[in-house]
Design a protein around this ligand. Structure first.
Ligand code: FES
Length: 509
C-alpha cells in the first residue's frame, strides 16, 4: 500500500512520531513454516506468537510495515465497538454475544502482556469508553444496550455525566478499556520478531496462493514462499480461494483530524451513536496533547467532495473544544462483513492451511490481536474458545441475507451506474490537482492535472471486477465503490483487492 499524500494531508500522527527501520524486498524463493502476508497488527502479532513457539515465520508486506490501515487507526483498545451487544444477542444469542466481548477483552490482555513481557513504552493507558447521543431515537437504543451489558455482565451502564464537556442526551460507559500509541507498541513487536528469527520483507506483493499439500505464496516478481500455513492479513484478502469475499465485505472510509485544543482533555474515549460519526480521544492528558477527532464515515468511492469531511470534523472540534491549531489530517479505510463480525479462520472449509483475518469494522486493535491468537492457536493445534464464532464458514447460517442482497445490489448499481453516469466533455479548464471524468474515443477516462500542469489519464474501469472508480479529492486517488480498491492518479494500486493498475491512456502534456 502506498503512502497517502495530498497537499493538505500531513500524514498520520502515529507514523510521524516513530522511526521504522526498512527491510529488504524478497528477491528469491524461500521455504518456511508459516508465510504471513500483511505487516499490520494482525500479521506482526501472529508472527511474534508463532516465532515464540519455534515456528519458522516469513512475513511480507506489499509496502512498508505498518503503512496500511494500522498506521492510520484511532488506536482504541476497547470492546465497546459501537452499539453492538443488543444486536449480537438478537442475531447470535447471549452466549455468542458474550464471546464477542470476551474476545475483545482477551485482546486487551494480550496487548498488556506483550507490553510487560517486552517492556514497551507505548503510552498505554486505561480509560473508560463512552458512547453518547443527541438523537432521541438513539436514547432508547442506549437503554436497550445498557440492558445487554447487564445480561452479559459487561462492566458499564448508562452514565449521568461524561468527563468530556459536550452536549448529549444519553451516554453509556464501558469501564476498564484502554488506548496506546499503536506504532510504538508494534515497533517493539517488530524488533521482537526479528530477534526471534522472523524473516521480514517489504515492498513484496503477494499475488496468489498455489494450493497444494503445501501451499505457496506467489509474489509479483515470481518468487515463491513455500510453506505449511499461509496467513492472509492483507486487509482485503489478496487471495479469495473461492470464499467469495468480494460479495461479503464492503469498504468504508473515515477521516481523522489531529488538533491542539483550547480546552484540556479530561480523559476517556468517546464516540457518538448516530451519524455522522464523531469519535474523540487524545494522545494523553498533558495540556499540549493532541486531540484526535474521527468520523464522517462513508462507503469508499461514494463520498461527496472529500475535503468537506475534514472541514466538518474541524467545525465540530472548534465548536465544542476550540481549536488552537490543526496539526494532522489523514483518512483511512476499513472493511465490514455482512454480520459485522470479522472473518477469522480458514479461508474456506476445504483449505485447512490457509487462514484469513479481515472485516474489523474499524476496531482493528482488538480484532486484529484476537485474530492473531485464534489463527496461531489453530496452527499450533491448540483449542480456542472463539474460533467457531469467528469462522468465515459461518456464512451458511448468516442471519443477514437481506443485507447480502443489498450489498450486492449496491455493487451491481455501481457497476451499471458507473458506466452510464455523467462525464464532462471538456477538461481544458481543469485546475492543478483537480480531476474529471470524461469520454475519450467513447472510453470512460479519468483525467488528472498534476502540480507541473501535466495531464494523467487512466481508464476508470477498476481492474478488480470492473466497477467504475470515482475521484477522491482529499486523498487524490481513484477509489472504487464496489470493494474499496484505490489507485493513484497515475493508476498504480494503493489498496486492493485490485492487483493490477488502472490502464493508462496516452498522456497529454
Ligand atoms: Fe472490486 Fe473495484 S474493488 S470492482
Amino acid at each position: 500500500m502506498k503512502e497517502e499524500q495530498s497537499p493538505e494531508n500531513k500524514h498520520s500522527y502515529w507514523l510521524d512520531t516513530i522511526n521504522l527501520e526498512p527491510f529488504e524486498k524478497l528477491k528469491q524463493s524461500t521455504e518456511t513454516d508459516v508465510g504471513i502476508v500483511g505487516g499490520g497488527i494482525t500479521g506482526l502479532t501472529a508472527a511474534y506468537m508463532l516465532a515464540k513457539q519455534n515456528k519458522k515465520v516469513t512475513l511480507i508486506d506489499a509496502d512498508n510495515l505498518l503503512h496500511g490501515t494500522t498506521g492510520y487507526t484511532t488506536a482504541k483498545i476497547t470492546a465497546q465497538h459501537g452499539l453492538i451487544y443488543d444486536e449480537l444477542i438478537q442475531h447470535f444469542g447471549e452466549d455468542n454475544a458474550s464471546l464477542y466481548y470476551k474476545a475483545a477483552m482477551e485482546a486487551k490482555d494480550i496487548i498488556e502482556n506483550h507490553i510487560s513481557e517486552l517492556n514497551i513504552d507505548c503510552d498505554f493507558k486505561q480509560e473508560d469508553a463512552y458512547i453518547y447521543t443527541n438523537d432521541n431515537k438513539y436514547v432508547e437504543k442506549m437503554k436497550t444496550e445498557a440492558k445487554a451489558y447487564e445480561k452479559l455482565g459487561i462492566p458499564g451502564s448508562l452514565a449521568d455525566n461524561m468527563p468530556l464537556d459536550i452536549p448529549h442526551k444519553a451516554a453509556l460507559v464501558m469501564h476498564n478499556q484502554a488506548q496506546f500509541h499503536p506504532l510504538k507498541y508494534l515497533a517493539a513487536l517488530i524488533k521482537a520478531c526479528v530477534d526471534a528469527g522472523v524473516a521480514i520483507y517489504e515492498n513484496t506483493t503477494a499475488t496468489d496462493v498455489e494450493y497444494n499439500k503445501h501451499p505457496a505464496i506467489i509474489t509479483k516478481d515470481g518468487s515463491r514462499i513455500r510453506c505449511r500455513y499461509v496467513i492472509i492479513a492483507s486487509h482485503f484478502p489478496f487471495y479469495d480461494g473461492q470464499g467469495f469475499y468480494p460479495t461479503r465485505l464492503y469498504a468504508e472510509r473515515a477521516y481523522v483530524v489531529g488538533i491542539k485544543a483550547k480546552k484540556k482533555f479530561p480523559g476517556g474515549m468517546y464516540i457518538n451513536a448516530e451519524t455522522p460519526t464523531r469519535s474523540v480521544r487524545s494522545t494523553g492528558e498533558q495540556s499540549d496533547d493532541l486531540w484526535l477527532i474521527v468520523g464522517e464515515n462513508h462507503k469508499t468511492g461514494q463520498g461527496e467532495t472529500m475535503n468537506n469531511h475534514y472541514d466538518a470534523l474541524e467545525q465540530f472540534a472548534d465548536k465544542n473544544f476550540g481549536i488552537s491549531e490543526v496539526l494532522y489530517r489523514w483518512s483511512t479505510q476499513d472493511l465490514t462483513t455482512l454480520d459485522k463480525v470479522p472473518y477469522i479462520g480458514q479461508i474456506t472449509k476445504s483449505q485447512h492451511n490457509v487462514f484469513v483475518a479481515t472485516g474489523y469494522r474499524k476496531w482493528g486493535m482488538t480484532n486484529g490481536t484476537i485474530a492473531a491468537k485464534i489463527i496461531s492457536d489453530a496452527i499450533l493445534d491448540r483449542s480456542n474458545d472463539y474460533a467457531t464464532f469467528f469462522t468465515p464458514a459461518r456464512r451458511q447460517a448468516d442471519p443477514f441475507a437481506r443485507k447480502f442482497v443489498s450489498v450486492n445490489a449496491d455493487v451491481a448499481k455501481h457497476l451499471v451506474k458507473g458506466k452510464l453516469d455523467n462525464t464532462k466533455d471538456d477538461f481544458s479548464e481543469l485546475h492543478v490537482n483537480e480531476a474529471v471524468v470524461t469520454r475519450i474515443d467513447g472510453r470512460r477516462t479519468g483525467v488528472f492535472k498534476d502540480a507541473n500542469n501535466q495531464i494523467h489519464m487512466v481508464d476508470t474501469t477498476c481492474t478488480h471486477l470492473g466497477c467504475e472508480v470515482a475521484w477522491n479529492d482529499a486523498e487524490q486517488s481513484w477509489d472504487c465503490p464496489c470493494h474499496g480498491s484505490r489507485f493513484s492518479y497515475t493508476g498504480e494500486v494503493i489498496e486492493g483487492p485490485a492487483k493490477r493498475p488502472l490502464k493508462k491512456i496516452d498522456r497529454i502534456d
